[in-house]
Design a protein around this ligand. Structure first.
Ligand SMILES: N[C@@H](CCC(=O)N[C@@H](CS)C(=O)NCC(=O)O)C(=O)O
Length: 208
């Protein structure tokens, strides 16, 4: 059994979606970020940077932090969504999500969604970067069905929950035909819907 320590955020949803996709039995332990649960010593023991998500695999008592590392662990354990022959491509798109898509769109959420009016510089900078990320993903998905190639992989599972916040971004997903096609197709997968709803049964992936 896998225990998932998490909150209802895009980084959190990456792992609930992956667990649903591979069909593992899992238990969710909620970390209330508003209550600073992430700084409690027992959590810091398994998450040195005080961030969700983290998993503990109770089969071998291994705890893993960092969502990219968790996705790789679950993919290797299950043998799914991380084809050995395609690993070089999958790793690049996964690392691009970890290094660019998540951190940059996360800043856009901070300035544009949560704190508008506080910093014109921050709002403009991350709006522009988010728009570029949409353009770059759209160009990639014009040549390729999924991010790493013809197959759905952990690179898509890592990236999709960030685009699922498209209503916050105000970039206009409808203007990016290939990104929209990819987003809508993934949003119909039953495991993705279950993983998206893992903390709130009433939410559905927002459609463009
Ligand atoms: N690179 C980390 C980022 C995780 C992350 O930023 N988690 C946020 C929520 S989405 C968090 O735990 N924030 C709490 C805090 O920073 O105090 C990963 O992908 O696992």
């Amino acid at each position: 059994m896998i225990e998932l320590f998490t909150a209802d955020t895009p980084n959190g949803k990456k792992i609930s979606i992956m667990l649903e996709e591979v069909g593992y039995d899992y238990k969710v332990t909620k970390i209330d970020l508003g209550n600073n649960d992430q700084f409690k010593p027992e959590f810091v023991k398994i998450s040195p940077f005080s961030k969700i998500p983290v998993i503990t695999d109770h089969e071998n008592n291994e705890s893993i932090f960092e969502s990219g590392a968790i996705l790789i662990y679950l993919a290797e354990k299950s043998g799914k969504f991380y084809d050995k022959k395609e690993r070089l491509k999958i790793n690049q798109w996964l690392m691009a999500q970890m290094g660019t898509v998540g951190p940059m769109i996360g800043q856009h959420h901070q300035f544009h969604h949560y704190n508008p009016g506080k910093s014109e510089f921050g709002e403009e900078r991350y709006f522009k970067i988010t728009k570029r990320i949409y353009q770059e993903l759209d160009s990639r998905l014009k040549q390729s069905k999924f991010l790493a190639g013809e197959d759905y992989t952990i690179a898509d599972i890592a990236t999709w929950p960030w685009i699922a916040r498209h209503e916050w971004h105000d970039v206009g997903l409808n203007n990016f035909e290939n990104l929209k096609r990819w987003y809508v197709e993934i949003s119909k997968r039953e495991a993705v819907i279950r993983g998206f709803q893992f903390m709130n049964k009433n939410q559905l992936p927002p459609q463009p």
